[in-house]
Design a protein around this ligand. Structure first.
Ligand code: ADE
Length: 250
């Protein structure tokens, strides 16, 4: 997969050189390029923002530097004419976007190229979003119902969530199967040695060696936890998908 990120703070993306994602880049599993939006300006002050039409507080990002940046990225990548299966996806992080979640992380991990446009201030001139649809599949996306200062922190989260799903990035792919949200429920609690710690015992069932009973206990804990912490997820959980073992565990 290829990922391009455009930002006025390219240094913000430095953590993507570390840990699993950094290693995936070194191993050639992920090509990730960070672009400074200001290099696509033409004035002496490298201006990227201006006052909003209609008035109001804050500044809006000017359209032309964005068009230059996105056009240069579109030209440098594979186009459908070169045999790319489809247009790259342009993700615009915004609190006004579609809510990002694990299902979307899986969907985006199947793409050939993702481009992230990090807005700052009050956002990017809306005409960029319309115009970009000629080159990209445009998807404004929100991390959650709160406001960040810009898209960079959202990009760090989304690239990590997507990047770890790419083949070969996580050493043991089994660990992706039993984690929170992989099946619509939260993960069961986990324990390690010692079995007794500060007067607290590991649940006896986990020491029993009875794998069937352990699996049933874990499933029950998934339901219990989800009901307590995220009843909204439980409501969405497809009751038709419940197995007989699930019904017994619930
Ligand atoms: N930019 C500002 N707030 C954001 C949010 N909640 N999600 C994604 N991008 C953002």
């Amino acid at each position: 997969m290829r990922i391009d990120v455009v930002s006025i703070f390219p240094e913000y993306l430095a953590p993507l050189e570390l840990s699993l994602i950094g290693k995936a880049r070194q191993d050639g599993l992920l090509e990730l390029n960070v672009h400074d939006l200001r290099t696509f300006t033409t004035d002496k002050h490298r201006t990227v923002d201006d006052t909003p039409y209609g008035g109001g507080a804050g500044m809006v990002m000017k359209p032309e530097p964005w068009a230059q940046a996105l056009e240069s990225i579109a030209k440098s990548g594979m186009t459908p004419e070169d045999g790319a299966a489809k247009k790259p996806v342009l993700i615009v992080p915004s609190p006004a976007g579609e809510r990002f979640n694990q299902a979307l992380a899986y969907e985006l991990a199947d793409e050939e190229q993702l481009v992230f446009a990090c807005g700052r201030y009050e956002g990017i001139d809306e005409r960029v979003i319309e115009w970009a649809a000629g080159h990209f599949t445009v998807r404004p996306m929100s991390l959650g119902d709160y406001v960040l200062n810009g898209g960079e922190v959202a990009v760090l989260a989304m690239v990590e969530a997507i990047g770890r799903l790419l083949p070969g990035v996580v050493g043991n792919p089994e660990s992706l199967v039993e984690e929170s949200h992989s099946d619509g429920l939260l993960e069961y609690p986990v324990y390690t040695k010692p079995s007794s710690w500060r007067d607290r015992e590991v649940p006896a069932i986990l020491l029993s060696g009875n794998h069937g009973k352990i699996a049933q206990w874990r499933r029950h804990e998934q339901f219990r936890r989800t009901a307590a912490r995220r009843p909204d997820l439980l409501a969405e959980f497809d009751a038709g998908g419940l197995t007989r073992a699930d019904k017994a565990a619930f």
